[in-house]
Design a protein around this ligand. Structure first.
Ligand code: AP5
Length: 222
């Protein structure tokens, strides 16, 4: 199994859901760029430049690359040094410049050949449907799927925390995210990894459990 797994996919494609499952299944550690950025935005000691950069996220745009590198690279280095089994990057790569910068960073760490990229593919319609219904736990970040069993839940089934909507899961921002970060925007990134034979495609339109099987299979054989 590769040490570096990168999940790519439209907003709502299931990157976070599957990353959490792979952590439990294989013992990877999980780096979600979106979660790191959301945590950063809650801090009171930010520089003006950082506050301005985080405004992009609130509006549904990408934050500048420098901020991504600043928060992700030190975290990744720390986890790699801890001799973890490997890292799952969820949403870390949103343009070709980032793909190049991350690959260069992995090569510096001697992990250039240890990269497997999984693109979880869903339609824009499915992205929209899932994001308008998604709730997360305010305490443990559990992602709650929308089913007849979960629709009425108000409390997290894992930790008892209160369920809430993510700030960027509102209609206007969801539409912007799908346009700016959906399948069309991802094509050049996929080409980057395809050329390097590091890319596998996952059908994200299947049920959560079926997608998990597909992801597990690629990781085991990757
Ligand atoms: P981020 O937090 O990464 O958001 P995202 O990319 O929009 O993806 P989501 O977290 O919304 O969806 P997901 O694919 O994880 O799906 P999930 O598992 O939750 O990033 C947020 C923002 O940060 C970005 O907009 C950007 O501004 C900024 N940012 C982050 N990284 C950046 C970078 N590298 N560069 C620049 N800016 C960056 O599932 C969604 C819902 O669907 C859930 O309810 C789930 O239960 C359900 N679900 C999942 N799978 C299935 C299934 N198979 N069937 C049915 N329901 C399913």
């Amino acid at each position: 199994m590769k040490k570096i797994i990168i999940f790519i996919g439209s907003p709502g494609s299931g990157k976070g859901t599957q990353a959490k499952r792979m952590v439990e299944e294989f013992g990877y550690v999980h780096i979600s760029t979106g979660a790191l950025l959301r945590r950063l935005s809650e801090r009171q000691d930010l520089a003006k430049k950082e506050i301005k950069a985080l405004e992009f996220m609130k509006k549904g745009h990408l934050v500048p690359d420098w901020l991504v590198y600043k928060i992700v690279f030190p975290e990744a280095d720390k986890l790699i040094l801890k001799k973890s089994k490997g890292i799952i990057f969820d949403g870390a790569i949103r343009n070709v410049k980032q793909a190049r910068a991350f690959q260069k960073h992995f090569e510096k760490l001697g992990l250039g050949d240890e990269v497997l990229t999984l693109d979880i593919k869903i339609s824009n319609r499915e992205s929209f449907d899932r994001l308008t219904k998604r709730r997360i736990c305010g305490k443990c970040d559990e992602i709650i799927p929308w089913t007849s069993l979960t629709a009425k839940l108000k409390i997290c089934p894992k930790c008892g925390g209160k369920l809430k909507l993510r700030k960027d899961d509102n209609l206007v921002v969801i539409k912007k995210r799908i346009k700016a970060q959906g399948s069309t925007a991802q094509k050049p990134i996929l080409d980057f990894y395809r050329k390097r034979k590091m890319l596998k495609i996952i059908d994200g339109m299947k049920s959560i459990d079926e997608v998990t099987l597909l992801v597990e299979n690629e990781i085991i054989n990757g």
